[in-house]
Design a protein around this ligand. Structure first.
Ligand code: CP
Length: 350
Protein backbone atom coordinates (compact mmCIF):
# COMPACT_ATOMS: atom_id res chain seq x y z
CA UNK A 1 0.00 0.00 0.00
CA UNK A 2 0.99 3.65 -0.36
CA UNK A 3 1.24 5.02 3.18
CA UNK A 4 2.14 8.60 2.31
CA UNK A 5 -0.93 10.83 2.45
CA UNK A 6 -3.32 7.89 2.92
CA UNK A 7 -6.21 7.54 5.32
CA UNK A 8 -5.79 4.52 7.64
CA UNK A 9 -9.37 3.33 8.04
CA UNK A 10 -9.30 -0.47 7.93
CA UNK A 11 -6.80 -3.30 8.23
CA UNK A 12 -8.14 -4.44 4.84
CA UNK A 13 -5.72 -1.87 3.39
CA UNK A 14 -2.67 -3.85 4.59
CA UNK A 15 -0.69 -6.59 2.94
CA UNK A 16 1.89 -8.55 4.85
CA UNK A 17 4.80 -6.54 3.41
CA UNK A 18 3.14 -3.31 4.59
CA UNK A 19 3.07 -4.67 8.13
CA UNK A 20 6.74 -5.62 7.91
CA UNK A 21 7.62 -2.09 6.75
CA UNK A 22 5.54 -0.49 9.50
CA UNK A 23 7.08 -2.69 12.20
CA UNK A 24 10.61 -1.89 11.01
CA UNK A 25 9.82 1.81 11.47
CA UNK A 26 8.20 1.05 14.85
CA UNK A 27 11.42 -0.63 16.01
CA UNK A 28 13.28 2.57 15.04
CA UNK A 29 10.93 4.58 17.28
CA UNK A 30 11.75 2.69 20.48
CA UNK A 31 14.66 4.95 21.61
CA UNK A 32 12.37 7.99 21.31
CA UNK A 33 9.43 6.36 23.05
CA UNK A 34 11.75 5.25 25.88
CA UNK A 35 13.19 8.82 26.18
CA UNK A 36 16.71 7.78 25.25
CA UNK A 37 16.62 10.41 22.46
CA UNK A 38 14.21 13.12 21.31
CA UNK A 39 13.39 14.20 17.79
CA UNK A 40 11.74 17.38 16.48
CA UNK A 41 11.03 16.04 12.99
CA UNK A 42 7.34 17.07 13.11
CA UNK A 43 7.99 20.51 14.62
CA UNK A 44 5.23 22.79 13.34
CA UNK A 45 2.82 19.96 12.47
CA UNK A 46 -0.62 19.73 14.11
CA UNK A 47 -2.64 16.61 14.97
CA UNK A 48 -6.37 16.97 15.61
CA UNK A 49 -7.36 14.20 18.00
CA UNK A 50 -11.16 13.81 17.77
CA UNK A 51 -12.55 11.30 20.26
CA UNK A 52 -16.33 11.05 20.36
CA UNK A 53 -16.24 7.94 22.60
CA UNK A 54 -14.38 7.39 25.87
CA UNK A 55 -10.72 6.49 25.49
CA UNK A 56 -7.56 6.49 27.55
CA UNK A 57 -4.94 4.49 25.63
CA UNK A 58 -5.77 5.30 22.02
CA UNK A 59 -6.32 9.02 22.54
CA UNK A 60 -3.35 9.63 24.82
CA UNK A 61 -0.90 7.35 23.00
CA UNK A 62 -1.72 8.90 19.61
CA UNK A 63 -1.21 12.32 21.21
CA UNK A 64 2.05 11.29 22.90
CA UNK A 65 3.28 9.65 19.68
CA UNK A 66 2.76 12.93 17.80
CA UNK A 67 4.39 14.96 20.59
CA UNK A 68 7.35 12.57 20.69
CA UNK A 69 7.90 13.29 16.99
CA UNK A 70 7.90 17.02 17.77
CA UNK A 71 4.34 17.89 16.70
CA UNK A 72 1.50 19.64 18.52
CA UNK A 73 -1.88 18.11 19.43
CA UNK A 74 -5.36 19.68 19.56
CA UNK A 75 -8.04 17.58 21.21
CA UNK A 76 -11.82 17.42 21.06
CA UNK A 77 -13.11 14.73 23.35
CA UNK A 78 -16.92 14.78 23.29
CA UNK A 79 -19.67 15.48 20.79
CA UNK A 80 -21.13 18.04 23.20
CA UNK A 81 -17.85 19.98 23.11
CA UNK A 82 -17.96 20.25 19.31
CA UNK A 83 -20.32 21.85 16.79
CA UNK A 84 -21.63 18.37 15.96
CA UNK A 85 -23.89 19.00 18.96
CA UNK A 86 -25.38 21.97 17.04
CA UNK A 87 -26.21 19.81 14.03
CA UNK A 88 -23.04 20.28 12.01
CA UNK A 89 -22.40 17.36 9.66
CA UNK A 90 -19.30 15.14 9.66
CA UNK A 91 -18.65 16.50 6.17
CA UNK A 92 -18.50 20.13 7.31
CA UNK A 93 -16.50 19.29 10.44
CA UNK A 94 -13.98 17.43 8.28
CA UNK A 95 -13.67 20.32 5.83
CA UNK A 96 -13.05 22.74 8.68
CA UNK A 97 -10.62 20.66 10.76
CA UNK A 98 -8.57 19.60 7.77
CA UNK A 99 -7.84 23.29 7.25
CA UNK A 100 -6.42 23.48 10.77
CA UNK A 101 -4.45 20.23 10.93
CA UNK A 102 -1.88 18.10 9.13
CA UNK A 103 -3.46 14.82 10.19
CA UNK A 104 -6.55 13.77 12.15
CA UNK A 105 -7.28 10.79 14.41
CA UNK A 106 -10.95 10.11 15.03
CA UNK A 107 -12.97 7.72 17.21
CA UNK A 108 -16.71 7.61 16.69
CA UNK A 109 -19.46 5.31 18.05
CA UNK A 110 -21.07 4.74 14.63
CA UNK A 111 -19.67 2.15 12.20
CA UNK A 112 -18.42 3.85 9.05
CA UNK A 113 -18.51 7.37 10.53
CA UNK A 114 -14.72 7.76 10.41
CA UNK A 115 -14.71 6.75 6.73
CA UNK A 116 -17.51 9.26 6.04
CA UNK A 117 -15.49 11.95 7.82
CA UNK A 118 -12.34 10.98 5.88
CA UNK A 119 -14.12 11.30 2.55
CA UNK A 120 -14.49 15.05 3.19
CA UNK A 121 -11.10 15.59 4.84
CA UNK A 122 -8.27 17.27 2.97
CA UNK A 123 -5.64 15.65 5.22
CA UNK A 124 -5.05 11.99 6.22
CA UNK A 125 -7.44 10.51 8.79
CA UNK A 126 -6.62 7.55 11.06
CA UNK A 127 -9.46 5.47 12.46
CA UNK A 128 -9.22 5.35 16.26
CA UNK A 129 -12.20 2.95 16.41
CA UNK A 130 -15.61 3.15 14.74
CA UNK A 131 -18.46 1.44 16.56
CA UNK A 132 -18.15 -2.34 16.57
CA UNK A 133 -16.46 -2.24 13.18
CA UNK A 134 -12.68 -1.79 13.31
CA UNK A 135 -9.78 -0.57 15.45
CA UNK A 136 -6.86 -0.82 13.04
CA UNK A 137 -4.12 0.80 15.13
CA UNK A 138 -5.00 -1.45 18.09
CA UNK A 139 -4.73 -4.56 15.89
CA UNK A 140 -1.38 -3.36 14.53
CA UNK A 141 0.03 -2.80 18.01
CA UNK A 142 -1.39 -6.16 19.11
CA UNK A 143 0.32 -7.89 16.22
CA UNK A 144 3.56 -6.03 16.95
CA UNK A 145 3.29 -7.21 20.57
CA UNK A 146 2.63 -10.79 19.47
CA UNK A 147 5.72 -10.68 17.28
CA UNK A 148 7.94 -9.28 20.04
CA UNK A 149 6.62 -11.56 22.78
CA UNK A 150 6.80 -14.73 20.68
CA UNK A 151 10.23 -13.76 19.41
CA UNK A 152 11.54 -13.08 22.93
CA UNK A 153 10.07 -16.31 24.27
CA UNK A 154 11.67 -18.32 21.47
CA UNK A 155 15.01 -16.55 21.95
CA UNK A 156 15.04 -17.60 25.60
CA UNK A 157 14.73 -21.18 24.36
CA UNK A 158 17.49 -20.67 21.81
CA UNK A 159 15.19 -20.82 18.77
CA UNK A 160 13.41 -18.31 16.52
CA UNK A 161 9.66 -17.83 16.08
CA UNK A 162 7.33 -15.30 14.51
CA UNK A 163 3.68 -14.94 13.66
CA UNK A 164 3.68 -17.78 11.13
CA UNK A 165 2.55 -20.92 12.93
CA UNK A 166 1.04 -18.91 15.80
CA UNK A 167 -1.57 -20.52 18.06
CA UNK A 168 -3.85 -17.92 19.66
CA UNK A 169 -7.03 -18.03 21.77
CA UNK A 170 -9.35 -15.01 21.65
CA UNK A 171 -11.68 -14.95 24.64
CA UNK A 172 -14.85 -13.02 25.47
CA UNK A 173 -17.00 -10.66 23.46
CA UNK A 174 -15.95 -11.53 19.93
CA UNK A 175 -19.17 -10.13 18.45
CA UNK A 176 -18.73 -6.47 19.35
CA UNK A 177 -14.96 -6.38 20.03
CA UNK A 178 -13.63 -4.25 17.18
CA UNK A 179 -10.00 -4.84 18.19
CA UNK A 180 -10.57 -8.58 17.74
CA UNK A 181 -12.23 -8.03 14.36
CA UNK A 182 -9.23 -6.11 13.06
CA UNK A 183 -6.71 -8.53 14.60
CA UNK A 184 -8.36 -11.61 13.07
CA UNK A 185 -8.21 -10.01 9.63
CA UNK A 186 -4.50 -9.20 10.04
CA UNK A 187 -3.68 -12.72 11.25
CA UNK A 188 -5.15 -14.07 8.01
CA UNK A 189 -2.19 -12.48 6.16
CA UNK A 190 0.28 -14.88 7.82
CA UNK A 191 0.87 -18.63 7.37
CA UNK A 192 -0.48 -21.60 9.29
CA UNK A 193 -2.22 -19.70 12.09
CA UNK A 194 -4.43 -21.60 14.54
CA UNK A 195 -7.21 -19.56 16.16
CA UNK A 196 -9.38 -20.60 19.10
CA UNK A 197 -12.53 -18.44 19.31
CA UNK A 198 -13.79 -18.72 22.88
CA UNK A 199 -17.06 -16.90 23.53
CA UNK A 200 -20.41 -17.43 25.21
CA UNK A 201 -23.43 -18.15 22.98
CA UNK A 202 -24.59 -14.86 21.48
CA UNK A 203 -21.15 -13.20 21.45
CA UNK A 204 -19.50 -15.22 18.66
CA UNK A 205 -17.26 -13.55 16.08
CA UNK A 206 -19.21 -12.51 12.94
CA UNK A 207 -18.71 -14.77 9.92
CA UNK A 208 -17.34 -11.95 7.76
CA UNK A 209 -14.54 -11.41 10.28
CA UNK A 210 -13.43 -15.06 10.29
CA UNK A 211 -13.97 -15.58 6.54
CA UNK A 212 -10.45 -14.40 5.49
CA UNK A 213 -8.85 -16.87 7.93
CA UNK A 214 -10.97 -19.75 6.63
CA UNK A 215 -10.41 -18.73 2.99
CA UNK A 216 -6.63 -18.84 3.47
CA UNK A 217 -6.73 -22.30 5.06
CA UNK A 218 -5.95 -21.33 8.66
CA UNK A 219 -7.34 -23.44 11.51
CA UNK A 220 -10.36 -21.81 13.17
CA UNK A 221 -11.99 -23.63 16.10
CA UNK A 222 -14.84 -22.35 18.26
CA UNK A 223 -15.34 -23.06 21.97
CA UNK A 224 -17.96 -22.19 24.55
CA UNK A 225 -15.94 -23.51 27.51
CA UNK A 226 -13.10 -21.28 28.69
CA UNK A 227 -11.01 -24.09 30.16
CA UNK A 228 -11.12 -26.06 26.92
CA UNK A 229 -10.47 -23.14 24.56
CA UNK A 230 -7.35 -21.75 26.25
CA UNK A 231 -5.30 -24.95 26.06
CA UNK A 232 -2.40 -25.45 23.62
CA UNK A 233 -1.94 -21.83 22.54
CA UNK A 234 0.99 -19.38 22.51
CA UNK A 235 -1.14 -16.28 23.12
CA UNK A 236 -4.18 -15.92 25.35
CA UNK A 237 -5.97 -12.72 24.25
CA UNK A 238 -8.80 -11.76 26.61
CA UNK A 239 -11.41 -9.08 25.86
CA UNK A 240 -13.98 -7.02 27.73
CA UNK A 241 -17.74 -7.32 27.28
CA UNK A 242 -18.38 -4.24 25.13
CA UNK A 243 -21.33 -3.05 27.22
CA UNK A 244 -21.59 0.22 25.27
CA UNK A 245 -22.72 -1.79 22.21
CA UNK A 246 -25.59 -3.55 24.05
CA UNK A 247 -29.16 -2.27 24.04
CA UNK A 248 -29.06 -1.96 27.84
CA UNK A 249 -26.76 -2.52 30.78
CA UNK A 250 -28.97 -5.43 31.82
CA UNK A 251 -28.26 -7.15 28.49
CA UNK A 252 -24.51 -6.79 29.07
CA UNK A 253 -24.85 -8.04 32.66
CA UNK A 254 -25.93 -11.44 31.31
CA UNK A 255 -22.39 -11.94 30.01
CA UNK A 256 -20.33 -10.11 32.62
CA UNK A 257 -18.07 -12.44 34.57
CA UNK A 258 -18.99 -15.55 32.54
CA UNK A 259 -15.34 -16.03 31.57
CA UNK A 260 -12.79 -15.13 34.24
CA UNK A 261 -9.14 -15.82 33.57
CA UNK A 262 -7.20 -15.91 36.83
CA UNK A 263 -3.90 -17.36 38.04
CA UNK A 264 -5.45 -20.71 38.99
CA UNK A 265 -7.19 -21.23 35.65
CA UNK A 266 -4.13 -20.01 33.76
CA UNK A 267 -1.74 -22.32 35.61
CA UNK A 268 -4.04 -25.33 35.33
CA UNK A 269 -5.06 -25.04 31.68
CA UNK A 270 -2.47 -23.00 29.75
CA UNK A 271 0.91 -24.20 28.58
CA UNK A 272 3.89 -22.77 30.50
CA UNK A 273 4.77 -19.25 29.35
CA UNK A 274 1.58 -18.67 27.40
CA UNK A 275 1.59 -14.91 26.79
CA UNK A 276 -1.46 -13.09 28.20
CA UNK A 277 -2.76 -10.08 26.26
CA UNK A 278 -5.80 -7.79 26.46
CA UNK A 279 -6.48 -4.63 24.42
CA UNK A 280 -7.61 -2.93 27.67
CA UNK A 281 -9.44 -1.49 29.43
CA UNK A 282 -10.07 -4.67 31.41
CA UNK A 283 -13.19 -4.64 33.55
CA UNK A 284 -11.81 -5.04 37.08
CA UNK A 285 -15.15 -4.62 38.86
CA UNK A 286 -15.90 -7.53 41.18
CA UNK A 287 -18.74 -8.80 38.98
CA UNK A 288 -16.47 -8.96 35.91
CA UNK A 289 -12.76 -9.66 36.62
CA UNK A 290 -12.38 -11.06 33.10
CA UNK A 291 -8.59 -10.84 33.59
CA UNK A 292 -8.10 -11.12 37.32
CA UNK A 293 -5.72 -8.79 39.11
CA UNK A 294 -4.15 -11.84 40.76
CA UNK A 295 -2.28 -12.21 37.43
CA UNK A 296 -0.60 -8.81 37.84
CA UNK A 297 2.68 -10.30 39.06
CA UNK A 298 2.71 -13.01 36.40
CA UNK A 299 5.67 -12.25 34.11
CA UNK A 300 3.73 -13.58 31.12
CA UNK A 301 1.11 -10.84 31.53
CA UNK A 302 2.04 -8.65 28.54
CA UNK A 303 -0.77 -6.08 28.80
CA UNK A 304 1.40 -3.16 29.82
CA UNK A 305 4.17 -4.03 27.37
CA UNK A 306 1.27 -4.00 24.87
CA UNK A 307 0.25 -0.46 25.86
CA UNK A 308 3.90 0.70 25.62
CA UNK A 309 4.03 -0.77 22.14
CA UNK A 310 1.01 1.34 21.22
CA UNK A 311 3.18 4.45 21.27
CA UNK A 312 5.86 3.13 18.92
CA UNK A 313 3.36 1.67 16.45
CA UNK A 314 1.39 4.94 16.39
CA UNK A 315 4.63 6.91 15.94
CA UNK A 316 5.38 4.62 13.00
CA UNK A 317 1.94 5.25 11.48
CA UNK A 318 2.49 9.02 11.66
CA UNK A 319 6.02 8.62 10.26
CA UNK A 320 4.81 6.55 7.30
CA UNK A 321 1.72 8.61 6.48
CA UNK A 322 3.55 11.95 6.82
CA UNK A 323 6.65 10.59 5.05
CA UNK A 324 9.26 11.42 7.66
CA UNK A 325 10.45 7.88 8.57
CA UNK A 326 13.84 8.50 6.93
CA UNK A 327 14.29 11.90 8.62
CA UNK A 328 13.58 11.05 12.25
CA UNK A 329 17.20 10.43 13.22
CA UNK A 330 18.42 13.57 11.41
CA UNK A 331 16.42 15.62 13.89
CA UNK A 332 17.52 13.66 16.97
CA UNK A 333 18.78 15.34 20.13
CA UNK A 334 19.99 14.03 23.49
CA UNK A 335 17.55 13.89 26.40
CA UNK A 336 18.55 16.45 29.03
CA UNK A 337 16.15 15.71 31.89
CA UNK A 338 15.90 12.86 34.40
CA UNK A 339 14.24 9.89 32.72
CA UNK A 340 12.83 6.91 34.57
CA UNK A 341 13.84 3.47 33.36
CA UNK A 342 11.14 2.37 30.94
CA UNK A 343 12.47 -1.00 29.84
CA UNK A 344 9.59 -3.39 30.42
CA UNK A 345 10.27 -6.29 32.80
CA UNK A 346 10.94 -9.49 30.90
CA UNK A 347 9.16 -12.75 31.69
CA UNK A 348 11.13 -15.34 33.63
CA UNK A 349 10.88 -18.86 32.14
CA UNK A 350 9.18 -21.30 34.46
N1 CP B 1 -7.71 -0.33 23.71
C1 CP B 1 -8.38 0.85 23.64
O1 CP B 1 -8.92 1.21 22.59
O2 CP B 1 -8.39 1.54 24.79
P1 CP B 1 -9.07 2.97 25.01
O3 CP B 1 -10.57 2.77 24.87
O4 CP B 1 -8.66 3.40 26.37
O5 CP B 1 -8.57 3.87 23.92
Amino acid sequence: MEFVGSHILSVDQFEREDIDRLFTVADDMVPYARRRRITRVLQGAILSNMFFEPSTRTRVSFGCAFNLLGGDVRETTEVKASALAKGESLHDTARVLSGYSDIIVMRHPVEGAVAEFASASRVPVINGGDGANEHPSQALLDLYTVRREIGARAARQGVTAGIDGLRIALVGDLKFGRAVHSLLKLLALFDDVSVHLVSPPGLEAPDDVTAPLRARGHTVATYQELEEGIQHVDILYVTRTQEERFASGADADRYRGLFRVNEEIYTEHCEPNTVIMHPLPRDSRAQAQELDEDLNANPNLAIFRQTDNGVVVRMALFAMVLDIAEQVHDHALPVTWYTAKRTPPRPIPR
